[in-house]
Design a protein around this ligand. Structure first.
Ligand SMILES: Nc1nc2c(c(=O)[nH]1)N[C@H]1C(S)=C(S)[C@@H](COP(=O)(O)OP(=O)(O)OC[C@H]3O[C@@H](n4cnc5c(=O)[nH]c(N)nc54)[C@H](O)[C@@H]3O)O[C@H]1N2
Ligand SMILES: Nc1nc2c(c(=O)[nH]1)N[C@H]1C(S)=C(S)[C@@H](COP(=O)(O)OP(=O)(O)OC[C@H]3O[C@@H](n4cnc5c(=O)[nH]c(N)nc54)[C@H](O)[C@@H]3O)O[C@H]1N2
Ligand code: SF4
Ligand SMILES: [Mo]
Length: 771
């Protein structure tokens, strides 16, 4: 991480423009961009209104190489060879846009607007993601491929604490780490994936907070921990249940918190698993609040009519057997004794006991989740178990406590910008869960991709690719030729976040401030912004009336129209005058989630028990051992290696895949594994190997790492098709659909890491590789 350098703008004719990084590492770093004669020549950190949030990573020093890369798409292109051949010719913007409009209109006339689907990059501008156009097209809106990544952990947290939106924030502000006595960094590698937030963790550690990293790999973050705990991959749910077992058996629980803020005292019918309510026998009645057991009268009553609800116990009410939710939790974790969990996770039983005790006794303690624990089939159950650990110990709603994702912007003040431009009431899209694409019949015949969809967003790529080949028309808008462009009919050149013609491309909240993202340089080649492309297409579709504003107008509306008190007395003009960033109207103390506001669940309490999931046996977060990562899985014998795809320090996903400085350090995809695993397969460091399973294969160079756990290997996600010697890591990844997630949330997360492979020396050698 690089701290601020002094800008020399005052002594040279160069101009320094401050903007905010748009790459989806989530860091939102404020960048000071030096522009000389209209050319971006240097990127340094720009001061944030609160210095706690000043800083950037080394990747962004390479932005000039990124933005002026020779691989930039400079003009619109039309496919001329067979699909997939990569043969394109330049065409004019008018030709390209006309062709898209003609083809889309013909499909809409023949098959309706759901025959078109939109899909977007996570780095896209929040106000220019083609969502407005997608909602208006054909008078009924198009299909919308959504979901699939980073969602399981949020599903679990949202189910427990109340829905805060799919990427809702449950953790306290970053600077609150200093108030923690212990923090568990669980399945997260901020030293590489949240570089600007890592300092808050290190500051806390230096101030005496114990840092515990739970990761099967000795990660760059584990290096900095006081305690590194390495369970077998995919076994964290068992570990969390084991910790709950110890906490409950040893009485390391916060009874007042459980009584006042959780579902613990609610009675549950043991026949149906549903909450027991008044008039429970009659299912036709509108559900009222769950009842509790009154210890004084020995009856089931409304919660607010007793001063003595039971926390524990099994009872009979009118012939119905009931138990408190806490008793069901206690009983459900009874079998996760330290020794049983040791078998399931590969850990020492004494470490499990120690961790539970240390966490409960430390003082305010945090659990910071990453997305390494999001990419297994039952990750939402894991997140619910992790949340239950915080609930039973009362580690929520106070400084230094909390449980939530601690990546991306999670750790910012939860201030909300005002809404974007109004749309008519009928405007909407038809959601299609990404994970189901290619796996069920869809009405879609054409796809509009903002960014690289097939390489980046889809597991089990051969299934998705087969689907893509059935489509009649594919459009991709991107900065670079990448994997999906290869399969497209029309390719459009998009401006990067640095190029624009507008004073305010986006506004965003980060940390405790509001930032603008202005134009830094002119568009490269004939590139246009996504905002302009969406507007130009809309006009051609006869929808121009909904796209009258400039991006600056939209941003002004979002700031001046914000109803959040954090924006009181803050106007767009003031943010501009302040140089594009201003501190929000929020307290100077770090924000604490659930400190003042209650939970937004139906009961207003933290709900570790979810009655809707009783039919699947998941009302409590049970350990479901049916997923590919586990050694007990049927595929484990044939495919003994687990392949994860961590996020790479030198890229943000695929971004920077082609910058010279990052390639110098890490020029090609590597397959990292323990030297013993390599040796057993006749492989040595630096040799080319093939990882394969029933879904596909990839060829990559082996890097032997003695710190790597036996049985686990890694190829970082984000390499582009043209960088692989053969195959693609995404051919191997799993796309199994989770029923519980689908039942509650209507879609499932892609279990990218539930991927077993076997590895052998590659028959095919990369060109130029040593024999
Ligand atoms: N440099 C860089 N930063 C990024 C990104 C990027 O591409 N590059 N991407 C951004 C995005 S969108 C995301 S979602 C985040 C992801 O970033 P992270 O949340 O850090 O996720 P990963 O890198 O996927 O994995 C984190 C850690 O989980 C570990 N892990 C794997 N399996 C298990 C398991 O079963 N149990 C446990 N406890 N740990 C496990 C891995 O070994 C790894 O060290 O990073 C963001 N930041
Ligand atoms: N196997 C495996 N796959 C994964 C993951 C994993 O762990 N394992 N992680 C998943 C996760 S967590 C995430 S968040 C996704 C990220 O997936 P994406 O968001 O799709 O990844 P990016 O590489 O950021 O962007 C994809 C493409 O969009 C282009 N692009 C970037 N910005 C813009 C823009 O402003 N306009 C236009 N038109 N194009 C733009 C980029 O050049 C790039 O080609 O990847 C997922 N894929
Ligand atoms: S890639 Fe991430 S850490 Fe690096 S400058 Fe951009 S936002 Fe900051
Ligand atoms: Mo992500």
């Amino acid at each position: 991480m690089i701290r601020m350098a002094k800008s020399n703008s005052s002594v040279s004719p160069e101009q320094v423009v401050n903007t905010v990084c748009a790459h989806n590492c989530g860091g939102r770093s404020r960048l000071a961009c030096t522009v000389r004669d209209g050319v971006l020549v240097r990127v340094e950190p720009a001061p944030a209104p609160d210095d706690a949030y000043t800083g950037l990573c080394v990747r962004c020093l390479t932005l000039p190489q990124w933005v002026y890369s020779k691989e930039r798409i400079k003009t619109p292109m039309r496919r001329v060879g067979p699909r997939g051949s990569g043969q394109f010719v330049p065409i004019s913007w008018d030709e390209a846009l006309d062709e898209i409009v003609d083809r889309f209109n013909a499909l809409i006339d023949a098959h309706g607007s759901s025959s078109i689907a939109f899909v977007r990059s996570t780095s896209a501008s929040p106000i220019a993601s083609y969502t407005r156009l997608a909602s208006l097209l054909g008078g009924g809106g198009t299909s919308n491929f959504y979901g699939g990544v980073d969602m399981a952990v949020h599903m679990g947290l949202n189910s427990t604490f109340g829905d805060k939106g799919m990427y809702g924030q449950h953790s306290n502000e970053w600077t609150d780490r200093l108030n923690s006595k212990l923090t568990i960094v669980w399945g997260h590698n901020p030293a590489e994936t949240a570089m600007t937030a890592m300092r808050h963790l290190l500051n806390a550690r230096d101030a005496g907070c114990q840092v515990v990293v739970i990761d099967p790999r000795y990660s760059a973050t584990a290096m900095h921990a006081n305690w590194w705990i390495a369970p077998r991959p995919g076994s964290d749910l068992a570990l969390a249940l084991g910790l709950l077992h110890v906490l409950i058996v040893e009485g390391l629980i916060d009874r007042p918190f459980l009584f006042d803020h959780s579902c613990a005292p609610f009675l549950v019918r043991t026949d149906s698993g549903k909450y027991f309510r008044s008039g429970d026998a009659s299912t036709s009645e509108k559900p009222s609040a769950p009842q509790v057991w009154d210890l004084h009268s020995g009856r089931a009553v409304e919660l607010n009519s007793t001063a003595a609800p039971a926390l524990e116990g099994r009872f009979e009410v009118n012939g119905v057997s009931v138990a408190t939710a806490f008793t069901l939790l206690t009983d459900s974790v009874a079998k996760y004794t330290p020794s049983h969990v040791a078998e399931l996770t590969g850990l020492d039983a004494s470490d499990i006991v120690d961790l539970a005790r240390t966490y409960a006794k430390a003082g305010p303690a945090q659990i910071g989740l990453g997305y390494g624990v999001d990419r297994y089939k039952h990750s939402e159950l894991f997140a619910r178990a992790a949340a239950a650990i915080a609930i039973v110990t009362g580690n929520i709603g106070k400084p230094g406590a909390g449980v939530g994702v601690q990546s991306h912007y999670h750790g910012s003040h939860p201030a909300r910008l005002g809404p974007g431009p109004a749309l008519p009431k009928w405007a909407s899209t038809k959601p299609v869960p990404m994970i189901e694409v290619g796996r069920r019949d869809l009405p879609v015949r054409a796809v509009f991709c903002q960014g690289d969809w097939i390489n980046q967003r889809m597991g089990d790529m051969n299934t998705s690719l087969a689907y893509l080949k059935t489509l009649e028309f594919v459009v991709t808008v991107d900065h670079f030729f990448q994997t999906t462009t290869q399969w497209s009919d029309i390719v459009l050149p998009a401006c990067t976040f640095l190029e624009d013609n507008s004073a305010a491309r986006d506004a965003l909240v980060f940390g405790n401030s509001i930032y603008l993202r202005p134009k830094v340089i002119d568009p490269v080649g004939e590139a246009r912004t996504d905002f302009e492309i969406e507007r130009d297409l809309a006009r051609r579709f006869g929808l121009g009336e909904w796209f009258r504003e400039s991006s600056e107008d939209v941003v002004r509306g979002q700031i001046d129209g914000a109803r959040d008190p954090a924006f009181d007395n803050i106007t767009y003009d003031q943010v501009v005058q302040a140089g594009g960033a201003i501190r929000l109207n929020v307290p100077t103390t770090p924000h604490v989630q659930y400190g003042n506001d209650g939970f937004t669940t139906k009961s207003g309490r933290a709900e570790f028990y979810i009655e809707e999931l009783a039919e699947l046996g998941e009302a409590l977060p049970a350990f479901v051992a049916d997923h590919e990562a586990l050694l007990t899985h049927a595929l484990a014998e044939r495919y003994p290696m687990l392949l994860v795809q961590t996020h790479a320090r030198q890229r943000a996903h695929s971004t920077f895949f082609n910058t010279a400085w990052t390639l110098e350090i890490w020029p090609e995809p590597i397959l990292e594994m323990n030297p013993d695993d390599a040796r057993q397969r006749g492989l040595a460091n630096g040799e080319m190997a093939e990882a394969y399973n029933d879904r596909g294969h990839v060829v990559a160079r082996v890097v032997c790492n003695p710190d790597f756990p036996p049985g686990m290997c890694n190829i970082t996600e984000g390499w582009k098709q043209q960088q692989y010697a053969d195959g693609n890591v995404q051919e191997l990844t799993n796309s199994e659909i989770n029923a519980g997630q689908t039942l509650i949330w209507g879609h499932a997360n892609i279990p990218f890491f539930d991927t077993r492979v076997e590895i052998r020396p590659a028959a095919l050698k990369r060109q130029g590789a040593e024999a």
